[in-house]
Design a protein around this ligand. Structure first.
Ligand code: HEC
Length: 149
């Protein structure tokens, strides 16, 4: 009788333990996507904010804004959050993005408004093309549907 009680108690303890573990795992799984969900969109959204800064700089001939916006954009591409996908096309769009932001910075510094304006347009096309690619290929961990609004 006593052994049976002990076995039952042991079984209960095991169940409680397993429950606790399952609880933590579930808790963590619930937490993580939330954290990720906020971080990545905020990071990506910064591209739009900085490119608006560049546009503002170009339209008001404020070259400091152009240079700073281009530098901030370029920095984003160095962040590990940028590398959501190892696909070669994604890497190529990224390389083009870096090349264009570098050029934009140099043109801003040289106060070359026409060159900077042209590269701003090229950069915008680069944004759109990479997004088109991401949408079509579903290459991210996240759903490419996010880019369709
Ligand atoms: C090399 C590819 C690439 C380039 C270039 C790129 N993006 Fe993105 N962008 C992404 C990816 C990947 C996401 C996230 C998609 C997802 O949520 O699955 C994203 C998301 C976004 C979002 C949405 C954030 C949200 O609310 O979910 C905005 C806004 C954005 N990018 C703006 C830009 C702008 C502006 C540029 C150009 C200055 C740009 N992107 C260039 C790949 C790129």
């Amino acid at each position: 009788m006593r052994t049976r009680y002990r076995a039952a108690a042991l079984a209960l303890a095991c169940l409680a333990g397993a429950g606790a573990v399952a609880g933590t795992v579930r808790g963590r799984m619930q937490d993580e996507p939330q954290v990720q969900d906020r971080t990545l969109p905020m990071f990506m959204q910064a591209k739009l904010d900085y490119s608006k800064d560049v546009l503002e700089g170009l339209t008001t001939a404020d070259f400091t804004k152009v240079v700073q916006g281009a530098q901030a954009l370029r920095k984003l591409a160095e962040d590990e959050l940028w590398r959501v996908n190892p696909n070669i096309n994604y890497v190529r769009y990224t390389e083009e993005f870096v090349r264009l932001t570098d050029a934009l910075e140099a043109e801003g510094q040289a106060q070359d408004i026409d060159g900077a304006a042209l590269n701003y347009v090229n950069l915008t096309i680069n944004c759109i093309n990479c997004h088109k690619f991401v949408r079509d290929q579903r290459v991210t961990r996240l759903d490419g549907e996010r880019l369709r609004r």
